[in-house]
Write a protein that binds this ligand. Sequence first.
Ligand code: NAD
Length: 416
Amino acid sequence: MATINPFRSALAQLERAASFITVAPGTLAQLRTPKRTVQVAVPVRMDDGTTRVFDGYRVQYNDARGPFKGGIRYHPDANLDEVKALAFWMAMKCAVADIPFGGGKGGIRVDPKKLSVGELERLTRSYTRLLKDVIGSRRDVPAPDVYTTPQIMAWIVDEYAKIMGHTDLAVVTGKPLALGGSLGRETATGDGGFIIFEELAKKLKLKPKDTRVVVQGLGNVGYYLALRMHDAGYRVVGLSDSKGGIWDKQGLGMNPREVLQWKKKTGTVVGFPDTKSITNEKLLELPCNVLVPSALENQLTGKNAKRVKASVILEMANGPTTPDADDIFRKKKVVVIPDILANAGGVTVSYFEWAQNLQGVSWTEDVVRKQLQEKMTVAFNEIWKTAEQHATDLRTAAFIVAVQRIATAMELRATA
Ligand code: NAD
């Protein structure tokens, strides 16, 4: 199967939204391409004394509304088009959440599971040195993404401090609590997705006990989302990780806490008692009401979209649905809550972390939660209203809102 280029999908989303509104041609031309693309060769001294070189990227897509902002991904399949797409989605997401950031993203093509802790640290420090001139709390603020962690952010803070001669905690977000991290950041993306889902559930009058949920990917995002769903009484009947999936055929629902314990003990969710093992492909097609892709992009495509049984898709991963799958979902009247809205909770609390660091203050968890609730609810309602106004789907509406906000900032600044 030809691989799907996520940047091409991102541009198709842009063009669709732009067809509903008036955007100056020069502005649209700038939105079709990143402002700056940095490609680096990251040398790492391995434990055996040899040196290996990994491909690294940082794409700075748009900074009309504030510093570039976006995570860093360590993944064996990371590539420039993927990072460009993710950077574009970050720009759109920050605009949807209405926070003062643009969009960027970073990645290293590496399998971090095959590195020792020391190698991982040297990789991170090496990458930071190569990007020292383009990142910074007022320029470009990275954060964790797939297979990067608060510890990795702490190494970036330290390496950057060594280069600059002073510590700037706001250079990255998603840091450990003891090093300028924010309360509520770890759970933020799942929390935000759940807030958005609850708003939709009110509109669609969904009852938790009658609602079966399948979550693909039990990582940071998928775990907390599944947990919030379970704790609110929804029935989590399917879960998966990179090694495979599990299905609770009885439909009563699993407790994600117990599944995570099992995963910690055995290395995978597969084999969790009283469940049926299932492939990741089949997991997406399980009978359920809500499907939550929380792993990687291009999971729902023109090939499998017809077989998806859920009537609501909550996109917690970035770019899980390709444009041809979107067309099918539109025809089937499946409600897709787009990634740039559904998973914006993470970057919203990252913004809170950055703001706290710059002011030298720390907020209580209660304040973080309340502010997140407010931001997410406003964003949902704005997009719902826009979808109604333009008689379109939520993804197109989210892009309409984002493009309008970014275009307005660009035109005010006259960035041509
Ligand atoms: P993570 O590394 O914590 O977890 C990723 C999970 O996906 C792991 O459980 C892994 O086993 C699973 N996985 C990998 N390949 C899979 C496959 N083919 N099928 C099923 N599961 C698979 O990453 P994360 O931070 O939870 O990020 C997940 C997604 O959410 C990514 O698309 C990321 O860009 C997006 N996202 C993350 C955040 C955040 O705050 N962490 C914010 C917004 C969006």
